[in-house]
Structure formats: C-alpha cells, structure tokens
Design a protein around this ligand. Sequence first.
Ligand code: CP
Ligand code: NVA
Length: 315
Amino acid sequence: MSEASAGLRHFLRDDDLSPAEQTEILDLALELKAAPYSRRPLEGPQTVVVMFDKSSTRTRVSFAVGIADLGGQPLILDADTTQIGRGESVADTARVLGRQVSAIVWRTYAQAGLELMAEHSGVPVVNALSDDFHPCQILADWMTVREHKGSLPGLRVAYVGDGASNMAHSYLLGGATAGMHVRVGGPFGYQPDLAVVADARRIAETTGGSVLVTDDPRTAVDGADVVITDTWVSMGHEDEKAERIAIFGEYSLTSELLAHADPEAIVLHCLPAYRGLEITDEVLEGPQSVVWDEAENRLHAQKAVLTWLLARAGE
Ligand code: CP
Ligand code: NVA
C-alpha cells in the first residue's frame, strides 16, 4: 500500500474528474443505490481512514457506512486526538497512514494540506470538505439532480448566498464539468475566487456549460432548474456570524425568490440548514425540496468515488 501506483488518482477538487469520469462515477453511484452490496473493493477487510479537523454528521456517517458496505473497515479519527492535531507534519502523517490503510478521507481547512497528503501518502486521498471545495457533496447533488431531472447537461443551476464558500466553488467546477449553466448570486466581497471562476469557464467551454457571477439573487435564480443555497456562516467563520447575517439577508432562499425559478425547479441544500436565515422553513420543507434524497445520496456517491479510485490505485 505504501508504493505509489502508476494509475493512482485523488479526489481533491471537482475538476480532478473529467466530464466522462464524472458521468462514470454518477452512473456507478446510481447502480450502487439500486444494489448496495454489489461491489466489494475493500473486502479483506481493508481499512480506510476518515479524519476530521472540523465537525461533521453526514460525511462521517456516510463514509463509515459506505466503507463497511464496500467490504472494508472505517477508521474514524478526530484530529484533536491524533498527533497531527499537536503539530506532526502532514507529510509525515501521510507516509505513516499510507503504509497501513487503502485510502485516506480528510475534512480539513487548507486545500494545500490535502495536496500534501496526496503527494506523500501513496494511496488515494479524498477531500471530505476543505475551506475551498466540497467535491463529494457535489457528486451527491448531481446524482440527486439526475434522479429528479433525468440528465445534467444544459440545466440551469442557481446558487445564492455566500459565493466565496467551498460549496459555491465546487458548484462552479462540478457544474461546468457536467455541462450545466451555473449562476452564483452573492454580495460583493463574498463572490467566488477569480481563479476558480476562470477554471470553471475553461471547463464550460469544452462541455457546453456556462458560468455567471452576479450580486443580484433574482438574476441568479431567474428560470433556474435547480436552486441551491448553503449556510452563510461556514465552519471557521463563526466569529463573523453577526456581520454575515446582516450582509446576506437579501439572498435568503424564500418562496418569493424561488418563484423566479422554473416552476418545476428543485431545491438543494447540503445541510446543516439554518432555517430562517439562508433558507426558509417553507422552502426547505416544501414540495420542491429534495434535500433528504440529497443527504442520502452522499452514501451512494462516496461509495462510487472510493470504488473508482481504488480500482485505479490497483492498476
Ligand atoms: N453536508 C455535509 O457535509 O454535512 P456534514 O457537515 O454533517 O458532514
Ligand atoms: N459551507 C459549509 C458546508 C457544510 C457542509 C461549511 O464549510 O461549513
């Protein structure tokens, strides 16, 4: 397990997958939802470490269940009970973990840390959320959209709220990869990283998708097929809570804002949701909301990612 394989791949950001690879993994996720125990790449059992520097409910549970479903054994670690939490380097941690486990799943702050882990571990590394991206969530979201809308290319996706968040960045890259028209509506000062927007535009040119960033939530939502929001106070920004709530007020996903979308639009939210802030109770619990399917699909999508990465690690 310590020797790097020629075909070794990681999933650190959404554009680590080509459009064809993203489709392949979504196909596999749907297959695994229909037949949960049909793939056993971790039979042995092999161990996958799942490490958390930030809180989690969905990611923790779905990886633990998914790894067991694939025949493996999850080892769930919280950073503050490991030496990495006391300052051991990421590179040294990666070399130790890579000699004992088949894959590393990590929720952390800096994207650069994930890149270091991937560089030194010799096993597939999966981003379970960083400050910059949440790519596992986007696979679950696109799987959910496929279930409700049939196919992804050409769909209009609107994300409103904190446009500088990990979720906004992942929707841009993952949406462009899927050939969707992605619009992000967020206030000035909370709009996506320009480098991510440029990467998304480059991808969209090859897939027939497009990217629009605006400070007007109505422009973002107008005619959309899929409407999405996320918390205004991502993990790590708790000190800015009052300021953010004041700034983001007009970006709340209310029934009034949703009325500007296509009447058949579906609503996604990665959860946890803060009802009355970024989304109203009425919208979250309303007939257009598919958030519980979305939460379940984390399990199936992540099993697909692990199966796909492990197949390449063995090449
Ligand atoms: N959506 C999501 O990643 O949820 P958790 O923070 O509970 O893992
Ligand atoms: N943007 C949120 C996502 C939580 C799943 C955060 O980073 O806290």
